[in-house]
Design a protein around this ligand. Structure first.
Ligand SMILES: C[S@@+](CC[C@H](N)C(=O)[O-])C[C@H]1O[C@@H](n2cnc3c(N)ncnc32)[C@H](O)[C@@H]1O
Length: 222
C-alpha cells in the first residue's frame, strides 16, 4: 500500500496539469460520462473511491449527491480539499479502498475513475464495493485497459512511450509514469472485468469500451 500511496503523493503537485495535457482535457469528458451513467439522485450517499485530486467526487457532489471521496494518498486529498471547500455535501477521507470503514448495505452508489488498475487486489476491491452498496446500489468504474484491436494496442503503447513518459520526464517523473504500461499488461480487459464483477456477487454487470477501446466503463448493479 505505501509504495502506491508514495507514488501518488510524489506526482500530486503536477497530477492535474499532466492529466489535462496528456488527455487533451478529455479525462474531464470521460468523467462526465461516468456521472451520466451513475445518475446519482439528490440526497443519495455516494463514494468516489481512489478519488485522487477529487474531480469525479466534485462532479457527484455538484449533482446533489452526498459524497465522500476516499484515497490513501494524503497529498492528493490535500489538492481535492483545496478545490472543493465551497461544497457542503462533500467530504474527503483518508482510507484504504481494500478495507472500507463503511457498513454493509449502507451506500447508494460508487464511482471509481482510474483507480481499479492501481488496486493491489482487484477482486477484494470489487468485493468491498459489493459489501458496502445497498441492494440495487450501483457502481460505475472507468479505467484504461489494453485494446482488443491490435492496431489500437500498438497506438496505445506508442502513445505511452512517446508522449506520456517524455512529458512526465519534463517534471522529473518519468519512472513514476513508466509504470502505466506495466499496469496495463496485467489489468483485465472488458470481458474479464465482467467476470470479476459477477464473481464479486453483482447481479447485473456490463462493460462499455470507450476511447477506441483503450479504456472502458464497467457498470455494476447489486
Ligand atoms: C490514477 S489515480 C486516479 C485519481 C482520480 N480518481 C482521477 O480520476 O484522476 C489512482 C488513485 O488511486 C489511489 N489508490 C490506489 N490504491 C488505493 C487504495 N487501496 N486505497 C485508497 N486509494 C488508493 C491512489 O492513491 C491514487 O490517488
Amino acid at each position: 500500500m505505501s509504495e502506491i500511496a508514495g507514488l501518488f503523493n510524489r506526482i500530486a503537485p503536477v497530477y492535474d496539469d499532466l492529466n489535462d495535457a496528456l488527455s487533451l482535457g478529455l479525462h474531464r469528458v470521460w468523467k462526465k460520462m461516468v456521472l451520466r451513467w451513475a445518475q446519482p439522485r439528490s440526497g443519495e450517499l455516494w463514494l468516489d473511491l481512489c478519488c485522487g485530486s477529487g474531480d469525479m467526487a466534485i462532479l457527484l457532489a455538484r449533482s446533489g449527491a452526498r459524497t465522500i471521496g476516499v484515497d490513501f494518498a494524503e497529498a492528493q486529498l490535500g489538492l481535492a480539499r483545496l478545490k472543493s471547500c465551497h461544497l457542503g455535501n462533500l467530504t474527503w477521507e483518508w482510507g484504504d479502498v481494500l478495507a472500507l470503514r463503511f457498513d454493509n448495505n449502507s451506500i447508494d452508489g460508487v464511482t471509481m475513475t482510474y483507480g481499479l488498475r492501481n488496486l493491489t487486489d482487484i477482486d477484494r476491491g470489487l468485493g468491498e464495493i459489493y459489501r458496502v452498496l445497498k441492494p440495487q446500489g450501483r457502481a460505475v468504474i472507468l479505467d484504461f485497459h489494453l485494446p482488443d484491436n491490435f492496431f489500437m494496442q500498438q497506438f496505445q503503447s506508442w502513445y505511452l512511450n512517446n508522449i506520456v513518459v517524455p512529458a512526465a520526464k519534463r517534471f522529473n517523473l518519468a519512472p513514476e509514469y513508466a509504470y502505466l504500461e506495466q499496469s496495463l499488461q496485467k489489468f483485465p480487459r472488458g470481458r474479464e472485468q465482467v467476470q470479476k464483477g459477477l464473481g464479486a456477487g453483482f447481479g447485473r454487470v456490463k462493460h462499455f469500451p470507450i476511447g477506441g477501446g483503450m479504456m472502458g466503463i464497467l457498470l455494476l448493479e447489486k
